[in-house]
Ligand binder design. Structure first.
Ligand code: F6P
Length: 329
C-alpha cells in the first residue's frame, strides 16, 4: 500500500513524532510512505519530502530523531487552491497519477473538512489524525499538541505571576483557541489563575468587575486572567480596556502568547499520543477503513467518521469550569 502523509493548518508539537510512528509502522508492515510537503498545497505542487535513495519513499532512517522535534519537517500550509472544487479534483488526479492508495492528513478542523471533500473525488482511503493545539475536535479527548501548548502557556503564566505579585498588577494573558476555550481553561487551572475568559462561558463585563472588586476586598494584590483568543469580548487587549472603563479595581497589563504556544519540543503526553495514533491510523487503513479520524476516547483508540469530527467544535467540560471556580476562589 502506498500511503501519503501531510500536515495542514496550524502546526502542532507532536506532528513529527506522529510522522515517525506512521513511517515506522508502515515500514514494519511492508507498506510505503510518501511525505507530502506543505499540506494539501503540496499535493497540487507535487511536492514530496526527499526519501531514501533519491525516491520519495520514506524509510526507517528518514524519521530518526523526530520524537523530540517541534513543528513539522513536512511543513504545513492553509491552501486556498485546495478549498475550491477544482483544486480538490486536481488533487485527486495527482494522487491517482502517483499511485497513492491512502492518505493520512494530520491537522485540525479545516484539514479534516478538506479530507471530506477529497473523499468525494478520490477513490483512495483516508484516515485523518487530530493534530492541533486547540483541542477542539469531536472524536478524541485530546488532540496532538494540546498538552505541550498548555505546558508552554503555564510556564509563561508562572513568570507573569512573579511580576504581577511584585507590582500588584492584574494580567490578561491571551492564549490561542479560536473556537474552543480548552487551552485557556487548562492553563488557568494549572497556573492558579483567578479567571478564564472562554467562548463557551459568556459573562457580562459589569459582573466581572463586581467579581474583581470582591477579590480585591479579600486582600488579593495580584490577579491573573487567561483569555481564549475566541472569547466573545475580543481578546486580551479588548477585555482589558472594557474592564478598565467599567471600573476594574486593579491596574492591569495585557500579553498575547499567540504562536509561542505552537512551538517547542513536544511533551511526553503528546509524543505518546502521536505514536499511538500514527500506528493506529496505518493499521486502520490496512484493515480497509476510510473517511474516519483516529482518536482516543476514554483511553480507547477509536475511529470516528470525519463528518462527525468537524460537525461542531468540541465544548470544554462543565466539570473543568466548575473546578476552576472552586480552586480559584
Ligand atoms: O488552528 C490552530 C490555531 O492555533 C488557532 O488557535 C489560531 O487561531 C490559528 O491557529 C492561527 O493561525 P495562523 O498561524 O494561520 O495565524
Amino acid at each position: 500500500m502506498r500511503i501519503g502523509v501531510l500536515c495542514s493548518g496550524g502546526d502542532a508539537p507532536g506532528m513529527n513524532p506522529c510522522l515517525r510512528s506512521i513511517v515506522r509502522t508502515a515500514c514494519t508492515l511492508g507498506d510505503e510512505v510518501y511525505g507530502v510537503q506543505h499540506g494539501y498545497e503540496g499535493i497540487l505542487n507535487e511536492e514530496f519530502y526527499p526519501g531514501e535513495n533519491g525516491t520519495p519513499v520514506m524509510g526507517l532512517r528518514s524519521v530518526s530523531g523526530l520524537s523530540k522535534i517541534g513543528g513539522t519537517i513536512l511543513h504545513s500550509s492553509r491552501s486556498k487552491r485546495f478549498q475550491t472544487p477544482e483544486g480538490v479534483k486536481q488533487a485527486a488526479k495527482i494522487l491517482k497519477k502517483y499511485g497513492f492508495d491512502a492518505l493520512i492528513p494530520i491537522g485540525g478542523n479545516g484539514t479534516l473538512s478538506g479530507a471530506i471533500d477529497l473523499c468525494k473525488e478520490w477513490d483512495g482511503q483516508i484516515v485523518g489524525l487530530p493534530g492541533t493545539i486547540d483541542n477542539d475536535l469531536t472524536g478524541s479527548d485530546f488532540t496532538i499538541g494540546f498538552a505541550t501548548a498548555v505546558d508552554t502557556a503555564v510556564e509563561c503564566v508562572d513568570k507573569l505571576r512573579d511580576t504581577a505579585g511584585s507590582h500588584d498588577l492584574m494580567f490578561f494573558v491571551e492564549v490561542m483557541g479560536r473556537h474552543c476555550g480548552d487551552i485557556a481553561l487548562a492553563t488557568a487551572i494549572a497556573s492558579g489563575a483567578e479567571i478564564a475568559f472562554i467562548p463557551e462561558a459568556e459573562e457580562p463585563i459589569d459582573r466581572i468587575v463586581k467579581k474583581l472588586t470582591k477579590i480585591k476586598a479579600t486582600g488579593k494584590k495580584s490577579v491573573l486572567a487567561i483569555v481564549a483568543e475566541g472569547d466573545e469580548h475580543g481578546g486580551a487587549f479588548a477585555i482589558q480596556k472594557m474592564l478598565k472603563d467599567a471600573g476594574n479595581p486593579f491596574d492591569s497589563r495585557a500579553v498575547v502568547l499567540g504562536h509561542v504556544l505552537r512551538g517547542g519540543s513536544p511533551v511526553a503526553a503528546d509524543r505518546i499520543l502521536a505514536a499511538e495514533l500514527g500506528n493506529y491510523a496505518v493499521s486502520a487503513l490496512i484493515q480497509g477503513e476510510n473517511g474516519k479520524m483516529a482518536g482516543k476516547i476514554g483511553g480507547e483508540l477509536t475511529l470516528t467518521p470525519l463528518e462527525e469530527c468537524v460537525k461542531e467544535h468540541r465544548r470544554v467540560s462543565g466539570d473543568m469550569l466548575r473546578l476552576l471556580q472552586i480552586v480559584a476562589s
